[in-house]
Design a protein around this ligand. Structure first.
Ligand SMILES: O=P(O)(O)O[C@H]1O[C@H](CO)[C@@H](O)[C@H]1O
Ligand SMILES: [Mn+2]
Ligand SMILES: [Mn+2]
Length: 381
């Protein structure tokens, strides 16, 4: 069924920009986490004039960002209802999929010997690592050994992930992707069914000089049918920018755009906002999480937020009456918190409809209000 008129929705997920510990944060060991608040404190205040105008300071106490009278957006905080605090559970819940059984993790034990053996045999490469680690740390620790032996560096985290680090120039990107596809197949066994296999290519010849490249690729489990499928089946455009295509395994998406950085992701969004389309433009900006949150670098996090805000200032004039712009996050990743993992937090939710009044909306909803809203907007109207 063709929709009768053209309507555009933009949904930008600033990956990991949590707005304070969730009510159940203690169950995740994350009491007191506050990605936005602690980042602002760490740098003596954030300069985010566009997010401020939208009303970010009206929902969260934030050094440098004031509450405003007449915020441009309807603003609130959302509470994840799913079990988990990772990218997949967060994004899937936005589109109406609740994760009630946590995805399997191998944080304390590494992967079982039988899994590793199968991976070695099927790929033809030995495995080193096999622990929970920060990706950049284990790259520095084992990168030289990898260069000498061509062994794959396999690691995990508190999330349900099997990540493979390999040098893009010596091991080869295609070879890394091939090995990840094999790993994805092996980990489809119910007892090994991780949420994601992630290819982590890097470059560099020695310790201290290794750098990960933008050719990361995620192999997620296929999500159950969700709002994206419904939009697509209605003949609407579902444009995915950044990691969205990977997170949904390409399902329910009509056009996918790969981003090399979060600033580029915003630039790509600005280009799309200058085009006519009918449906959803769904954006994930991953640098906040991958470059700064997991690295526990609040200064980098703050700079990335300010760069985002500047691009937001370019995007907003392109959001016309009849369009809607939503900004949210998928989980927290407080760059001042202990460890290097995500944090269970509430997330900000800003909904901007030009020409319509903004204001503070009571808290309490799950992430799925986003998908429900899209369904009302595009399908049920
Ligand atoms: O430490 P790096 O390699 O950035 O990995 C992090 O990124 C993964 C996916 O977001 C998380 O599970 C965490 O392991
Ligand atoms: Mn994420
Ligand atoms: Mn992450």
């Amino acid at each position: 069924m063709e929709p009768s008129r053209s309507q555009r929705a933009f949904l930008i997920v600033i990956d990991s920009v949590g707005a304070g510990a969730a009510s159940d944060a203690a169950a995740y060991g994350d009491e007191g986490a506050d990605t936005l608040g602690h980042t602002a404190q760490a740098v003596g205040g954030l300069h985010l004039p566009n997010l401020e105008k939208l009303g970010l300071g009206n929902i969260h106490k934030l050094e440098g960002v004031k509450p405003v009278t007449g915020p441009l957006a309807q603003v609130t905080k959302l509470n994840e209802k799913s079990v988990g605090k990772d990218t997949m559970t967060g994004h899937w819940e936005m589109m109406g999929v609740y994760t009630t059984e946590p995805f399997i993790t191998f944080t304390d034990t590494g992967f079982p010997a039988a899994l590793i053996k199968e991976l070695e045999e099927k790929t033809g490469h030995p495995v080193i690592g096999n622990v929970a680690a920060s990706g950049t740390e284990i790259m520095n620790e084992l990168g030289e050994e990898h260069l000498k032996t061509e062994a794959m560096i396999v690691y995990t985290s508190a999330d349900s992930v099997l990540q493979i680090l390999a040098n893009e120039e010596t091991f080869g990107l295609e070879e890394l992707y091939r090995c990840c596809e094999i790993a994805r197949e092996i980990t489809m066994k119910p007892e090994w069914r991780v949420g994601r296999v992630i290819a982590r290519p890097f470059i560099g010849k020695k310790k201290g000089e290794f750098v990960r490249t933008a050719n990361r690729h995620d192999y997620a489990l296929r999500p159950p049918r969700n709002v994206l499928d419904e939009l697509k089946d209605h003949g609407l455009d579902v444009i995915a920018i950044g990691k969205i295509n990977d997170i949904f395994d390409g399902q329910g998406i009509t056009r996918a755009v790969h981003s090399a950085s979060s600033v580029q992701g915003m630039e790509q969004t600005i280009v799309v906002a200058g085009e006519a389309f009918n449906g959803l433009c769904f954006v994930n900006l991953v640098d906040f999480d991958a470059k700064w949150g997991h690295r526990r670098n609040p200064v980098g996090y703050a700079k990335e937020l300010e760069a985002f805000d500047q691009k937001l200032g370019e995007l907003m004039p392109l959001i016309k009456p009849g369009d809607v712009l939503m900004i949210t996050a998928d989980h927290g990743n407080d760059p001042t918190f202990e460890g290097t993992d995500h944090t269970r937090e509430k997330v900000p939710f800003l909904k901007y409809l030009p020409g319509e009044e903004g204001g503070v909306v009571p808290e309490g909803s799950g992430f799925s209000v986003i998908g429900e809203y899209l369904r009302r907007l595009f399908i049920e109207e």
